[in-house]
Design a protein around this ligand. Sequence first.
Ligand code: PFF
Length: 486
Amino acid sequence: MKRDSFGSRLGILAAAAGSAIGLGNIWKFPFITGQNGGAAFILVYLFCIALIGLPVMVSEFVLGRKTQSNAAGAFKAIEPEKPWYLSGYIAIGTAFIILSYYAMIAGWIFSYLGRSITGELITIAPEQLGDYFGGVIGSNIEPMFCTFLVIAFTAFMVLSGVKDGIEKYSKILMPVLLVILVGLMIRSVTLDGASKGLEFLFKPDFSKLTTKGVLEALGHAFYSLSLGMGIILTYGSYINKKENILKLAFQVTIADTCIALMAGTVIFPAVFAYGLEPNAGPGLIFITLPAVFREMPFGAVFETLFFLLVGIAALTSTISLLEVVVAFVTEQFNLTRKKATLLLAVVIYLVSIPSVLSFGAWSGITMFGGKTFFDVFDYTASNILLPLGGLFVCIFVGWVWGTENAVKEITSNGLFAFKYKGLYDLIIKIVAPAAITVIFLNANGWLSKLVPEGQMGTVMFTGFGAIVFIGMIVLNRRNRMKKADF
Ligand code: PFF
């Protein structure tokens, strides 16, 4: 069976940026920025994106393109003798689990979109918005129906294939997203009192930065760029050899980062202009923002546009999460795309139900020290599987396949220039694995057990410096020894 592929450069960019730009940018980035004090957190985030996110994205792209295979097949193609394909299974499993509850959250967005269109949301008094949100997500049937809609839409777009489905719809949805975002941004920054919000976003106050914030920035860089779960790898496998992967990864990273900053520029100036708190956490867009829209002239229109924006961003990401699993199942079990997509859509929907009910009928069912089904899925995927997936990609590309081979693929065998070979080598072999290990230890609460309270910052900073330094020496020696071999 001939493999599907993207049809145009713009299409690849729209699909990959569409995957990266999602709830992570418009929902999570603003709320974690709010919780971590604003601009200083953003600077650290930008640093993580440039230093670690971009090189890992390049590695995933080239691994996919080189092998022209799905997330598990790629590892097998390069190392057929050892069970490296298991790390592909981890990535695919992560995409599967995340999709099940990501679709639920996207479903909440569609509930809110419906309630904005009917004009109901705008009538809710600010002090009731918290209970209202709890009521919507706890109502069982409606969130179950909306999750179904999200999975059905996603399956519909994936069904027609890479070029005629994913690429086609991304090319329509992404420009719409951009237009709405720019419109909302103009509205927000021209409100009286918007400047305080802009200051919060862009004027760093490093005293507000904590070690927890730094680790959160690093973890979010992975989440936001869709790394560690085979998405970029799978999309890479649909790209031909004439594309400049480095340029592509750079553009996707820039687009993802700009959209996150633009989402912040929509949300914070408006929040400050109406005297609300920026640190509401996950409720920022469901509880704080509807209070903002209530006060704004033509608020109902902007509210509808906002939830449409988030809905579109979520859908272009759910497409990519589903595609990882569909690509694997079609190639592994020789199923047609249609059969695989429909089958997986049904299974993912069934798996999403316990998460949906965790906020309603099953909220009392808890395990592992008070975790609901949703908490268990989220914890397993975000804190365990996602970092492991990222770690394995780096180790595999850095040490098993080898950065020299990856560089050959990055340059398309010398067709394009690549000036940063040494830096790339250092990052993929040492810096990124070390950073991901720290995220992993921290996310599971092990880091605080290893490092005494109050000394986390110093220990991390020195530890990290030492790792980079030793890494540079080791890699330098290895390279010299290799040259001497010839
Ligand atoms: N990168 C997308 C987002 O930021 O929302 C999609 C995504 C990637 C979602 C990774 C979840 C995830 F763990």
